[in-house]
Design a protein around this ligand. Structure first.
Ligand code: MF3
Ligand code: CO
Ligand code: CO
Length: 263
């Protein structure tokens, strides 16, 4: 994958990515109020699938390399790729990452957020807040002429300064008509290293930050990735495009995107 060509998207293709990205943001907004004690991760999945179809889109995860559901739901010590399940009931104090990827008009909008179920513990609250700030800082490091390593360095510095660790085994990725395309975007690294960022490159930044060790294990279901020490893991993800003078987040609601432009 490392040597495959990185696609640069045209204005027309970026507009399609924007439409898919906005739909991902709206889907997460739609699911957010459902995140309550007593709800199962399968209920979240089924509502996501229904809503996605009703909006003329498809769920990329469903049947992707045999992934069996429409979204990923990763609770507490699950790092990523948690499989929705009717027997998994959310309870007060849990954290849950919901990762959605609708395909609209052939293009993928890939985004995730970590939500609190009821009232979080102090460490859960800090981990989730630090992880969201890691994503913000990673995005802030993107500019044409910069390097992929700038992104990971910004994320790793902030996570580790707060006493947390950065997952190595899963990385961000190019995304367009193809769900997982080159380049890989590690959430750790060295400023000034790695491939150069160019206008029109579209990729995700999706830091997974752990309370304890960065080490991961994958369960027998071949998908669910968990922390080796069973401590908490949080994640936030946006799809972004490198612009003429910086970066645009594609997985924002239209209103939020306009606010960003104005600021
Ligand atoms: N949406 C995930 C990502 O951010 C990928 C999920 S692949 C699946 O890259 F098969 F697990 F759905
Ligand atoms: Co995702
Ligand atoms: Co992704």
């Amino acid at each position: 994958m490392g040597n495959e060509k990185i696609v640069l998207l045209s204005r027309r293709e970026i507009e399609k990515m924007r439409r898919a990205g906005r739909l991902a943001a709206k889907l997460l907004d739609h699911l957010a109020p459902m995140v309550q004690p007593g709800v199962s991760t399968l209920e979240l999945n089924d509502e996501a699938e229904r809503w996605t179809q009703a909006h003329g889109a498809k769920s990329a995860p469903l049947n992707y390399h045999e992934f069996p559901k429409s979204i990923c739901t990763s609770v507490n010590h699950v790092i990523c790729h948690g499989i929705p399940n009717g027997k998994q009931i959310l309870k007060d104090g849990d954290i849950i990452n919901i990762d959605v990827t609708p395909i609209l008009d052939g293009y993928h909008g890939d985004s995730s957020r970590t939500f609190f179920v009821g009232t979080p513990s102090p460490v859960a609250k800090k981990l989730v807040e630090v992880t969201e700030e890691c994503l913000r800082r990673g995005i802030g490091a993107v500019r044409p002429g910069g390097r992929i390593g700038d992104i990971g360095a910004a994320i790793q510095e902030y996570a580790e300064a707060n006493g947390f660790s950065v997952v190595r085994d899963f990385v961000g990725h190019g995304v367009h008509k193809v769900f997982h395309a080159p380049p890989q975007i590690p959430h750790y690294g060295t400023r000034g290293k790695g491939k150069r960022l160019r206008k029109g490159m579209v990729f995700t930044i999706e830091p997974m930050i752990n309370e304890g060790t960065h080490e991961a294990e994958v369960l027998a279901d071949k998908w669910t990735a968990i922390t080796k020490d069973r401590k908490l893991s949080a994640q936030f993800e946006h799809t972004v495009v490198v612009t003429e003078d910086g970066v645009e987040i594609l997985t924002l609601r239209e209103e939020d995107a306009e606010l960003k432009m104005a600021s």
